[in-house]
Design a protein. Structure first.
Length: 491
């Protein structure tokens, strides 16, 4: 591809040398992976400034540099005001705007994004459509699976995945969209058809200035649906009407709305719901008809996730019978209120709850199904929002009978500091055990018939990050192993 084709997407720029006729083979934002004849875009990131690595990229064979400041190099430089925005525009050009040819669903909110994504994947599968998934757990392009670093990848990686999905004949893309991605412009150039808002509670305040800034970032997904109405490719916003923040998101978009909820009157609702230890039952009310849902998924938050997925499915033309079949059979997602059963006479649940609101919801869900004591194993991540640590600790002590505080992902932070932040001034029935496996073991050994042990915070993760190094660790597999050991060697 010639540089002239990429530059068509950049309205304003300056060049140190003529570049229009230069043939380029790829785009790069990491000097370590730059190849011969690539365009290297110098990004000012949160942790590093790409301008410091221009010389390294040139050494690797970069044909053109895109930067925000002049640099001493013999390679032609394209100067722009914002390289992050230029990266997104050039990525769209290089991969030929793939989202324009694919229906794309974007899901944002503090909790529920992953579960809704996989509920929708199952519905589209039953509807005989191939899906592409971009989210917290993995990226799926048809049947191919790729590991992920962030919930929403950078603009260059995102456009490459979308291009691969188009080439693979994917019928529907479902994407989790984080506040970081929206704020940093990672989804610039992505043409969303349906935007979903789940809920908004305190999270990521280590990155955002305050809660209002967090809300602003999330609302960008809805503002970016645009102002035009195109017959044949209508756009929709799907909003949780019960959320206190719903009105802000409703006002953020000019597109057609579909609301869902339980308490506030909405387009998609759950009536006559029943919460049980074996799942949930409710009457699903939709614009295309009503049907009874009997789902193995537990808890009120699961009903909200199912309502959101049902709303998107209705807009996507999926029949009500298919929606009913899918919700009636789906067991949810690994690490999202996942039951662990090894023949023990007490319950064990793994959940990703890592915010005050999600932890409170999960513990309260146990109230309706727990016949004995609630035992909680939980920690807080290092190098993240410190303000939620005492809140999570207090919620655990106030709502559970026995609590074990342990390491989550300390990352580069000292565990002692995390425990101090969690427990300062805290009184109640808790024990600190730094080693996460040992904490899980002690919690399971304490459990008796009718009790439920909740292991919270890491959910689907298969690692534990300590001192900047990721070590293999899976809460579910760890719990299973300990339960088997207890069965073999009862004490």
């Amino acid at each position: 591809m010639k540089m002239s084709e990429l530059l068509q997407f950049l309205p304003f720029y300056q060049t140190t040398q003529p570049v229009a006729d230069i043939e380029v083979k790829g785009l790069s934002m990491d000097s370590r992976t730059t190849c011969k004849d690539d365009v290297f875009i110098a990004i000012r990131g949160v942790e590093a400034d790409g301008h410091r690595y221009i010389a390294s990229a040139v050494q690797k064979g970069a044909a053109v540099i895109v930067a925000e400041e002049a640099t001493d190099t013999d390679v032609p430089v394209v100067l722009v005001n914002d390289t992050s925005r230029a990266l997104a525009m050039m990525a769209c050009a290089f991969y030929k705007t793939p989202s324009h040819f694919l229906p794309v669903i974007g899901i944002t909110g503090t909790n529920g994004k992953t579960t809704i994504t996989y509920l929708l994947e199952e519905m589209f599968r039953l509807h005989r459509q191939r899906t592409g998934i971009i989210g917290t757990i993995q990226v799926k392009v048809g049947d191919r699976i790729f590991p992920v670093k962030n919930t929403t990848p950078d603009a260059l990686t995102l456009q490459r995945y979308l291009s691969d999905m188009r080439a693979e004949g994917v019928d529907q893309v479902i994407m989790e969209v984080s506040s970081h991605a929206l704020d940093q412009g990672r989804v610039y150039g992505c043409d969303f058809d349906i935007a979903v808002f789940t809920n908004l509670t305190m999270d990521h305040l280590d990155y955002h200035d305050n809660f209002d800034d967090y809300l602003r970032a999330k609302s960008l997904l809805f503002a970016q649906l645009g102002n035009g109405y195109n017959k044949g490719r209508e756009k929709f916003a799907v909003i949780n009407k019960d959320s206190p923040s719903a009105i802000k998101f409703i006002r953020s978009t000019s597109q057609a709305l579909l609301t869902y909820g339980i308490h506030e009157r909405a387009d998609v609702m759950a009536k006559d719901y029943v919460l049980k230890e074996t799942g949930t039952q409710f009457q699903l009310i939709t614009p295309i008809g009503n049907v009874r849902i009997d789902s193995p998924m537990m808890g009120m938050f699961s009903i909200y996730n199912m309502l959101a997925a049902a709303g998107v499915a209705v807009l996507s033309g999926i029949p009500l019978a298919t929606i009913q079949q899918s919700l009636g059979s789906s067991k949810g997602v690994k690490g999202r209120f996942e039951p662990i059963r090894e023949g023990q006479d007490f319950g064990v649940v793994i959940d990703y709850a890592h915010t005050p609101d999600s932890l409170e919801n999960v513990i309260q869900t146990l109230d309706g199904i727990c016949q004995g004591r609630k035992i909680v194993v939980v920690g807080c991540g290092g190098d993240r929002d410190r303000s939620k640590r005492p809140l999570m600790a207090r919620l655990s002590v106030d709502n559970a009978d026995l609590v074990f505080f342990t390491n989550d992902n300390p990352r580069t932070e000292e565990p002692a500091q995390i425990f101090h932040d969690m427990t300062i001034g805290l009184k109640g029935n808790y024990t600190i055990i730094e080693d996460r496996r040992e904490a899980i073991k002690q919690a399971l050994k304490q459990a008796k018939q009718g009790d439920i042990v909740l292991i919270a915070g890491k959910g689907h993760e298969t690692y534990q990050e300590m001192d900047g190094v990721r070590h293999p660790f899976d809460d579910g597999e760890t719990a299973k192993q300990i339960l088997r050991e207890m069965k073999e060697h009862p004490t």
